[in-house]
Structure formats: C-alpha cells, structure tokens
Ligand binder design. Structure first.
Ligand SMILES: Cc1ncc(COP(=O)(O)O)c(C=O)c1O
Ligand SMILES: C[C@@H](O)[C@H](N)C(=O)O
Length: 360
C-alpha cells in the first residue's frame, strides 16, 4: 500500500500552496481582453522590472511563450530561426514555429552543456541579400537552463557573446528561460543581468517557481504590444486571469529563495545514485534541479522496469528512453523524500526481479 507519493517527474508537478489558493480566492480581477486585469498588470509590471525589460505579458504556457516570441521576431515570410538541435522549442513544442508560424528552424548542434558553438551559429546565418535559395535568418534562440542537457546553465559571458553576434548581423536573440531563475541562482548572477543581451525571454512560472499555471514573456514595449496581439490570435487572450496571476505572484515571493535547496537535493541524489551498481550518473554535471540517470551497459534491466518498481513504491520518475530516466527536484520534495527515492533505486537495482537474463 503506497502511503506517500514522491513526484520526481518534473518541476511542473507542484500543487498550489495554501497561500496561492488564498490569493486566487481573493484576487482582484477584470476582463483582460476588453481592458486590463489588475492582478495580471501587477504580475507583468513586477516581471518586467525583475527581468530588466520594458514590458511583460502573461501567457498560459511556456510553449505559447516561445511560439509568440519567435513569431513576433520572425514576422516576414521565409524567416529562419537558428536554434539548438536538442532544445525544447525544437523537440517538445510540436514544431509549432513551423506548423503554425511558417518559420524555418535551422538546427545547430547543442553541446553537452547546452551551449551552441558560436562559430557554428555564425556559419548558419543566412544573409537576406544572399542566394535566391535561402530563407532569411531573423532570430537566434538559446535555452537557459538547458533541459535536455540536464538543466545546465548558460553563462552570462556566453549569452552576451551570442547577443553581440546577433547584433552584428542584425538579428534578434530570444531566450527560452523556462528555468532562468534556476540558472540565475546556480550562477549567482542577477536574473536581469543574465538576460541583458536578449531581446525577449519566456519565463515559466509553472516550473521551479511553483505556480500552478503560466509563463511570462518579457521584452521591449513594442515587442510586447505585438506579442499581446499574437497571443489573442493564438487563442491565448484570457479574461479574468488575475486568478492565475495572483498565484504566480505568491509563487515568486515564496519559491525563488528555495531554488538553491532544490539544487542541493539534486546534487545529494546524484551523488547517491552514482554509487548504485548498474546506474551511471554524471553527478559533476548536475548544476540545478535535474538529474539524468542512465542504465549501464550490461545491466540486465530497462528504464521501464525500474520506473515501474519505483512507482509501486510511490516514486514517480520520468522515463526518457529504454535506458535513461530523469528526476527533477522541486520545493515539494523533502530531504527525506530524496533519501527514500535513493534507497528505492538501490533496492531496484539489487532485486533479482528487476534484473533478469533477458533484461525484459
Ligand atoms: C526548457 C523548456 N521550455 C519550455 C517548456 C514549455 O513549457 P510548458 O510546459 O508550460 O508549455 C518546458 C517544459 O514544459 C521546458 O522544459
Ligand atoms: C517534458 C517537458 O516538456 C517539460 N518541460 C518538463 O521538463 O517536464
């Protein structure tokens, strides 16, 4: 009988706290399409100030935040965006920039640390006055932290260099900052400084920050004005969104300060897992709240079996492939949860049933 659930699938799984629920219940609201929801205005004003940009816009998801941002920057037919081959926009957003926006993705290899070699970015740029055959590069996208690289942080120095390259070629820079606060805390760099070079940033409130729903796009006033119109076009114009924004305001107050603790718990779990025979964990590369766990060659089991074994004990783990799993720490995972998860992983790899000759 499972008596407790330890949900390590993602930092998107957090439940609203009592303070968030109370704020939602008492939120001052109005129609944000016909006018301006006052609580949405408060959140957008606060986020623009925090991120060091002129303006901000609440959107229902990080996927819509990236889609709207890319489409505002790539506003002419035949536009092209340079992005990492392993980035969220390219892998997990249904190809929306192309299928909905008609923007051509120019994939450049992501390094293991989430960066893209700057010389490869420059080599991928297609000059608008160039060959008749080519799309026109309009935008470069980075992702910080980089989820598929295990939550690795892009440094401010690297980000500034990419920003300089974009300016040199008359391009814009967008940062998928779903976990930008995690990067800021891990690097010890104020978040507004970390994104200073970016023309736009999409910030998820629904991840490590722990809000139930939503993201915020930040940028210039002109950019946000265009983004607001495009959000409506995409069906994202919402009415009394102060209910959601009130929870986000509480989340910002409550949880940014807890991100370092999430990172410490991730490192603690990674250090324990790397000692488990049959698992391979690069604990040294754990910079924020994510840990990728690989099954070692020759270990006669699969991620599916381990995830099932863990789920039977109340621990939810994201299966990435037949030999890879991911755990993500968040403010609703305690230190004792971490120890419990580690002990269950140790048991899973020791149990005959989980390991068998066929590795089935
Ligand atoms: C790096 C990154 N960007 C964007 C998103 C999209 O956010 P949402 O799930 O709110 O659409 C996610 C995850 O969800 C993510 O991990
Ligand atoms: C799966 C992915 O879309 C989500 N952003 C996560 O990290 O959980």
């Amino acid at each position: 009988m499972v008596t407790r659930i330890v949900d390590l699938r993602s930092d998107t799984v957090t439940k609203p706290t009592e303070a968030m629920r109370a704020a939602m219940a008492s939120a001052e609201v109005d129609d944000d399409v016909l006018g301006y929801d006052p609580t949405a205005f408060r959140l957008e004003t606060e986020m623009a100030k925090t991120m060091g940009k002129e303006a901000a816009l609440f959107v229902p998801s990080g996927t819509m935040g990236n889609l709207v941002s890319v489409l505002v920057h790539c506003d002419v037919r035949g536009s092209e965006v340079i992005l990492g081959d392993n980035c969220h926009i390219n892998i997990f957003e249904n190809g929306g920039i192309a299928t909905i926006g008609g923007v051509h993705p120019r994939q450049v290899k992501n390094n293991d640390d989430g960066t893209i070699d700057i010389d490869l970015i420059e080599a991928a740029i297609r000059d608008p006055m160039g060959e008749l055959f080519y799309p026109t590069t309009k935008l470069i996208c980075l992702e910080n932290t980089h989820a598929n690289s295990g939550g690795r942080c892009l440094s401010v120095e690297y980000t500034d260099r990419v920003g300089e390259l974009a300016k040199k070629h008359g391009l814009k820079l967008h940062i998928d900052g779903a976990r930008i606060f995690n990067a800021s805390v891990a690097l010890g760099v104020p978040v507004d400084r970390l994104v200073q070079a970016a023309d736009s940033v999409s910030v998820c409130l629904s991840k490590g920050i722990g809000a139930p729903v939503g993201s915020v796009i930040v940028g210039s006033k002109n950019f946000i004005a265009k983004a607001r119109r495009l959000r409506k076009t995409l069906g994202g114009g919402m009415r009394q969104i102060g209910l959601l924004c009130a929870a986000a305001l509480v989340a910002l107050q409550e949880n940014v300060g807890k991100l370092e603790s999430d990172h410490k718990k991730a490192r603690l779990l990674a250090d324990g897992l790397k000692e488990v025979k049959g698992l391979r964990v690069d604990a040294g590369s754990v910079e924020t709240n994510m840990v990728f766990i690989d099954i070692e060659e020759g270990t006669k089991t699969r991620a599916e079996k381990i995830c099932k074994y863990m789920e039977e004990r109340g621990i939810l783990v994201m299966q990435e492939s037949s030999s890879r799993m991911r755990v993500v720490l968040h403010h609703q995972i305690s230190a004792s949860d971490v120890q419990y998860a580690l002990s269950c992983f140790q048991q899973a790899l020791a149990v005959k049933g989980v390991q068998n000759e066929m590795g089935n």
